[in-house]
Write a new protein. Structure first.
Length: 324
């Protein structure tokens, strides 16, 4: 059995923090059910004693995770993988829509992690990938993969300290009343008979989304979005909450006019974990976004920073970010 140790630095934010939340952030390439199974099987230890998922971390602990077989090995599999950047410390991937992040729910192959393991195997690298983010199956775009424990820790700290800028593109119904602004509404799991579903709830976790309208047509808008928190389904719920659900997002009030929820992780800016320079990466506007925009009649509003003649990168968010 293989074990992995995590040191909880006393300056880690936020503390105190439930151990299962901490491990969800560190084991971002694994499913929540896999992590919960480790606690149930008493494979998570602090000072050589098994702890529960709700154990409160306060800093300076060493967490030892005894990995079960299904967490150690993921079958390398040749799956289309769009690598847009790679070096010794990290790589960035443009995930296509329809691709699951990792094996779960009886699906053991054809996932992003299967593809990443195949990528490293083909290069002869014995690397355990550390995913920094999760994207829903039908959300496309940028994901960072750490290739070393040190890079993973540094990038994770930037993510938790909100020093990593994440920008999304979305197509939504209607036109937000304010051209730019914030959506702040707490989120929690709500009942649905068939699917795991989140919703706005006063008892939920704080969630904050910032947006800017980039273009509007009679019935739709293209929105640029900056995440200030990273709750599950946050963007999808927040825009549904203000009456502008994402196109194709039938779970949260959208219609079937788009083949999936129209959400794309477009841009990331962060400090490189090895050479400490400011790094920014783009995942080009996906084909379904391009096709949809081109099929519309003339826009009634286009932001001055938007240029639809550049269909791959119609908007550069850096000026907007620097003005915030």
């Amino acid at each position: 059995m293989e074990s992995v140790d995590f040191h909880v630095h006393p300056t880690y934010k936020p503390l105190p923090l439930r151990c299962d939340v901490f491990l969800t952030q560190r084991f971002s390439g694994r499913s929540r059910s896999q992590l919960q199974k480790l606690f149930h099987e008493k494979r998570v230890l602090v000072q050589d004693k098994a702890i529960s998922a709700s154990y409160k971390l306060r800093g300076n602990e060493i967490i030892k995770v005894m990995l079960s077989k299904d967490m150690v090995y993921i079958d390398p599999e040749k799956v289309d993988l769009d690598v847009i950047y790679e070096d010794d410390a990290m790589m960035a991937i443009n995930k296509r829509p329809g691709l699951m992040m990792h094996p779960a729910g009886g699906i053991l192959s054809g996932t992003l992690l299967n593809a990443i393991h195949h990528h490293f195997e083909k290069k002869g690298e014995d690397t355990r990938p550390g995913l920094l983010q999760r994207l829903d199956k039908n959300t496309s775009g940028l994901l960072i993969v750490a290739k070393t424990n040190e890079a993973h820790a540094k990038l994770q700290d930037q993510l938790l300290d909100h020093d990593l800028d994440k920008i999304y593109l979305a197509l939504c119904k209607g036109q937000p009343e304010q051209m730019s602004g914030f959506i702040e509404a707490p989120l929690d799991e709500v009942y649905h008979p068939l699917y795991k579903k989140m919703g706005v709830s006063e008892s939920g976790k704080y969630a904050k989304t910032q947006y800017k309208t980039l273009a509007s047509w009679e019935e739709y808008s293209l929105i640029g979005i900056k995440l200030h928190t990273g709750r599950q389904h946050q963007i999808r719920i927040h825009f549904s909450h203000i009456g502008h659900p994402l196109l194709g997002d039938t779970l949260y009030g959208g219609d079937g006019e788009f083949p999936r929820q129209a959400l794309h992780s477009y841009f990331l800016r962060f400090e490189h974990p090895e050479h400490h320079t400011s790094t920014h990466l783009y995942a080009n506007c996906p084909e379904d976004f391009q096709d949809w925009i081109q099929s519309q009649t003339a826009a009634i509003y286009i932001d001055e920073a938007v240029d639809f003649s550049n269909s791959l990168r119609p908007w550069d968010p850096i000026t907007w970010l620097d003005s915030l």
